[in-house]
Design a protein around this ligand. Sequence first.
Ligand code: HEM
Length: 187
Amino acid sequence: MATIPVPAPEAAPAETSGTKIAPVVVAFAIGTAVSIGLGVYGRLHTPTGYAVNISGFSSGPAAKAALASVVMVLAIVQTVTAMAIYGRIRLRGAWLNPVHRWSGRLAILISVPVAVHCLYALGFQAYDGRVIAHSIFGCFLYGAFVFKMLILTRDDSPGWALPLAGGLVLSGLTALWMTAVLYFFFV
Ligand code: HEM
C-alpha cells in the first residue's frame, strides 16, 4: 500500500533542552484557581437577572448566542492556524502567526461581555444537567485560558504544554457552545 508522505514540521517551535515542568504545574494550578474562583463567585453572588437588549437582535439571549458563535468560529481559526504552525497541515505563510494571535485576542475580547452577563445576571446555575455543564465549562474556559497565557510567556515550557493548553481552551469552548448556543438555536 502506498504511504502518504508526511511533511516535516518545519515551522514547529523548537524543543529547548532546558525545559521545566514546575512552571507548567504552577500555571495549571493558577488556571484551576481561576476556574474555581469564577464558579464560587457565580454561585455566591445573587444573580441580578438583568437583560441586555442590543439593537439588531431579537433578544439579549439571541445576541449572546450570535457573539458566542463568532467566538467559536475564531476558535476554529485558532485551531487551523495552530495546526499549520506545528506543521500538521500544509499551510504556510508569514500570516499564520499574526492571524493566530489576533483571532485569539478577538475571541477572548468578544467572549468577555457574554460571560459577564452569564456570571453576573444569571449566575452559576444547577437546575438541570445541561445548565450545570454549561456553567462548569464557562468557568473552565477562563481557567484554561489563563493556563495558556501563562505557558505562552515562558520559553522553558515543554513542547507539549502549549498544545495541551490550547486544546483545553478549545474543548472548553466547544462544550460551552454546545450546551448554550446549540440548545438555544435548535431545542
Ligand atoms: C463564566 C462562566 C459562565 C456561567 C456561570 C454561565 C452561566 C449561564 C447560565 C446559567 C445560562 C442560562 C442557561 C439556560 O437557562 O439556558 C447561560 C446561558 C448562556 N450562556 Fe453562559 N455562562 C458562563 C460563560 C459563558 C461564556 C464564556 C459564553 C460564551 C462565550 C456563554 C454563552 C451563553 C449563551 C449564548 C447562553 C444562552 C443565552 C442566555 O440564556 O442568556 N456563557 N449561561
